[in-house]
Design a protein around this ligand. Structure first.
Ligand SMILES: C[S@@+](CC[C@H](N)C(=O)[O-])C[C@H]1O[C@@H](n2cnc3c(N)ncnc32)[C@H](O)[C@@H]1O
Length: 248
């Protein structure tokens, strides 16, 4: 999958492919990251990318000319490579992103992220060149770079052959509308706390049932609104009842 990021701080965004799962995916060519600096598409000697807002007020606005030039260069590069890309503007005013949207995006050939800075980008850039606006949460960051990195990380781990065990992404929180179950590793007793016996039983069916019950119970306790959206099977309802009976 190809990711293009339009940013004034390419070195910041490149850090997402420097280590861990995303680093390995980039090394194995499962993803390709290209950063584009709008300063390279300016025409004045100072390489100006921002200007004062019309109507007055604080802060600066990213200029439309260099951004549109950059976006057109990105689109043309993708076209030459035979890749269809979708332009996403990271914005606190965008739709709040969810795992299900990221799962859909992981099917795309390419995604282009436009990172704003200052007060944001001239509105006409959004009208002319942007396909979708997404937010990573109800708070305001100084720039879209961390948002682009969140998308790249979360999407990359959903791509085939990226995670060692394919099912580990499928069992993660939100992938089927529930939170994940608790996890334990050795030693079996730590700080006088033992792991649940069932996990040592070797009975895979019982373990799978226990994990499902924990996922249902945790979701009920921590994110009850997720359960309201989910149609639980009869077995899942029984597992949840069992969890609630044991839990004060
Ligand atoms: C300081 S913010 C501008 C905020 C803008 N004036 C507003 O209030 O809607 C600068 C840039 O950071 C990015 N950004 C800030 N918060 C974000 C969020 N929650 N999700 C995604 N991008 C965000 C956007 O690209 C934005 O253009």
């Amino acid at each position: 999958m190809r990711f293009d990021v339009i940013t004034l701080f390419p070195e910041l965004v490149h850090a997402v492919t420097a280590s861990g799962v995303v680093g390995r995916a980039a090394h194995a060519d499962l993803i390709n990251l290209h950063c584009w600096n709008p300063r390279d598409y300016t025409t004045d000697t100072h390489r100006t990318v921002d200007d004062r807002p019309y109507g007055g007020g604080p802060g600066m606005v990213m200029k439309p000319d260099c951004l549109v030039e950059t976006l057109q260069a990105v689109k043309s590069s993708n076209k030459t490579a035979g890749i269809t890309t979708k332009v996403i503007y990271l914005s606190p005013q965008g739709k709040p992103v969810k795992q299900s949207a990221l799962q859909t995006m992981s099917q795309d050939q390419g995604l282009t992220f436009l990172c704003g800075r200052y007060e944001g980008v001239d509105e006409r850039v959004i009208e002319l060149e942007v396909d979708e606006e997404w937010s990573i949460g109800d708070y305001v960051l100084s720039g879209g770079e961390l948002g682009a990195m969140v998308f790249i990380d979360a999407i990359t781990r959903l791509l085939p052959n990226v995670l060692g065990h394919q099912e580990s992404a499928e069992q993660d929180s939100f992938s089927d509308g529930l939170l994940d179950c608790p996890h334990y590793t050795r030693p079996a007793v730590f700080a006088e706390k033992s792991i649940p016996d069932v996990l040592k039983s070797g009975d895979h069916q019982r373990i799978a049932r226990w994990r499902r019950e924990q996922a249902l119970g945790r979701t009920y306790q921590r994110r009850p609104e997720l359960l309201e959206k989910k149609n639980l099977t009869k077995e899942e309802q029984q597992l949840l009842q069992h969890f609630l009976k044991k839990t004060p």
